[in-house]
Design a protein around this ligand. Structure first.
Ligand SMILES: [Zn+2]
Length: 569
């Protein structure tokens, strides 16, 4: 048992280090780290029982390399920093779930629950530390009880979200913990875990000097990101995204933390910090050795998606662009005629007969589709401001129908099942969580032999603030996009990167403080498109800001896809 990875279940592991007499093993497959022969659970639970767990001075154990369990006496004093970190976690959580019933496992003195309460969540907490439970109840006025998750006996599907901050590493069997978390979460509910990353370059380079490993005995399993994903997938979760998380603390606390790894440096620095008054100066440090991972509880009503979880920016803005701003950007894009012509050129050969454009915006491509001779054109557009503009511009055209609908459940699309010659969907799929269902809905609208063209943002590594602001769930790899198209029952005809010229601009904007694409920048870009377009047509660069896929519904796929989609949903 102890040689089998508790994260990914691989049987291939090796002896990695020994801390305070406890041997640790590392998985050869996912790099997770665990105590091979964990002490009995009564012994580990005793570690957390006393007040001193939260208030003791940090000490290096007599055996030399281990670190005594618990937080330093600064935990309560650092409350504002801890709460700021949890607020950032909730900026992410609330992108996946609206405030509702929350369970915080291992809630400590209740800082996370206090943050959540201010944001409208009804929180409950459990912890095994009597002092922390009393503090959370009496000082913070929170609904907290003393229990482990296994003993608490919550009802199935009782919570909309479950959080576990700095908890998973303390249990010997993360799989049974996650399985119980999944049981008490409603299908579609959200999980957020914060835990050290045993697979990160820094923690691996530190080896047995890594402070998280030196807490062996208190820490029983240190997951890698890959290991954590593996546990979540086995326990009924769909991983959504993750980011590294650092720690903001005063220089005094930092010196103590550093002192655990480098006592000499800390001894030299502490008197200087005190003398100069720098001890209270605060600093954020993120050596990329801890991550927060977000996942959705799978289930009959939970959405499915075809891509792996995205690496999220650590901080996400809560503001979303206004309808007016969206409209302005679509108008600016429409003025970039060279770019639009170039985009149209990608699918022009498929435009004939009955056409559907999903996410028509303000009709920039709709006009071109009509000019190219479509006999019927259904425009699907959920944004009212855009749909109003479509009505004004194209409402009088007898070939055009306009539907204000959202995929995957768009009735007008369902009404055209098996009838459309061509479906076009540009810069839409990334906005839909269940991209397989959305693509299946479009595939179902095609007649056998009909074509679908998708244009989606590429290069997951570019995913950043701008994607968050625009409501993008992901950016696509070629393989990820192919799997979505094939899951929808279509056959890929061609799949290629598009618009490498747009990458530097997007990257720069994503880093900058201004989160929109400026009109002047787009104009300058459009001027460059002319020569670039000729170049990309010949050279076919291996990467681009977007991916284009052309897919066809074969007669054979037409029958299997229909039974498949009806059966699964
Ligand atoms: Zn493993």
């Amino acid at each position: 048992m102890s040689a089998v990875c508790p994260a990914c279940r691989s049987a291939h592991s090796r002896a990695a280090m020994e801390v305070a007499g406890l041997p640790l093993r590392r998985c050869n497959s996912c790099a997770s780290l665990w105590v091979a022969d964990p002490p009995p659970s009564e012994a580990t639970e005793a570690l957390y029982r006393e007040e001193s767990y939260y208030t003791a001075e940090p000490t290096v154990e007599a055996s030399g390399d281990g670190i005594a369990p618990g937080y330093t006496g600064h935990y309560l004093l650092d409350r504002h920093n801890v709460e700021a970190k949890f607020a950032e976690v909730f900026d992410h959580v609330e992108r996946y779930a609206s405030p509702g019933r929350l369970l915080d496992v291992g809630c400590g003195p209740g800082f996370l629950l206090s943050v959540a309460r201010r944001r409208g969540w009804q929180g409950r907490g459990i912890d095994v530390n009597e002092w922390a439970v009393t503090y959370a109840r009496e000082e913070m006025g929170l609904d907290v009880s003393r229990a482990t998750l296994e003993d608490a006996g919550f009802e199935e599907g009782e919570f909309d979200a479950v959080t576990m901050m700095d908890l998973v590493e303390h249990v010997a069997d993360p799989e049974s913990l996650m399985a119980e978390a999944a049981r008490v979460t409603r299908p579609g509910g959200v999980l957020a875990i914060l835990t050290p990353d045993a697979g990160s370059p820094v923690s691996r380079a530190l080896g047995r000097r890594w402070p998280e490993a030196r807490r062996a005995g208190e820490h029983l399993v240190l997951l890698s990101l890959e290991g954590a994903l593996s546990v979540l997938r086995r326990t009924g979760y769909i991983p959504l995204g993750w980011h590294y998380v650092g720690k903001t603390s005063s220089l005094a606390t930092l010196a103590e933390d550093v002192g655990l790894a480098l006592p000499g440096l800390a001894r030299a620095a502490t008197p200087i910090l005190k003398r100069t008054g720098l001890a209270r100066r605060e600093l954020e440090l993120d050596p990329h050795t801890k991550f927060v991972l977000y996942a959705r509880r799978a289930g009959p009503r939970a959405p499915v998606h075809g891509s792996s979880p995205v690496r999220l920016p650590k901080r996400v803005p809560r503001a979303r662009p206004t309808e007016r701003a969206v409209l302005e950007e679509l108008r600016a894009l429409a003025e970039a005629t060279r770019l639009c012509d170039w985009m149209f050129e990608q699918f022009a050969r498929y435009v004939h007969g009955r056409v559907v454009e999903v996410g028509a915006g303000i009709g920039t491509f709709s006009r071109r589709i009509l000019e190219a001779g479509a006999s019927e054109l259904l425009l699907i557009e959920p944004e009212d401001a855009c749909a109003d503009e479509l009505e004004r511009a194209l409402g009088g055209e007898p070939r055009v129908a306009i539907a204000r609908e959202l995929l995957p459940d768009a009735p007008s699309l369902r009404a055209r099942a098996g009838q459309s010659d061509f479906v076009l969907c540009q810069n839409v799929l990334e906005h839909i969580e269940d991209d397989v269902a959305a693509t299946t809905a479009m595939a179902d609208a095609l007649r056998p032999g009909g074509h679908l063209t998708l244009l989606v943002p590429a290069m997951p590594r570019l995913y950043g603030t701008l994607d968050v602001v625009y409501g993008h769930w992901r950016r696509y790899t070629k393989d990820g996009l192919r799997s979505v198209v094939e899951a929808a029952g279509l056959e890929v005809v061609e799949l290629y990167p598009f618009n490498a010229l747009g990458i530097p601009g997007w990257w720069a904007k994503n880093r900058g403080a201004r989160v929109e694409i400026g009109r002047s920048a787009l104009r300058a870009y459009d001027a460059a498109v002319g020569p670039w377009r000729a170049l990309e047509r010949r050279v076919k660069p291996p990467f681009g800001l977007s991916l284009v896929v052309h897919a066809v519904k074969t007669a054979e796929h037409a029958s299997t896809a229909n039974t498949g989609s009806n059966g699964a949903r």
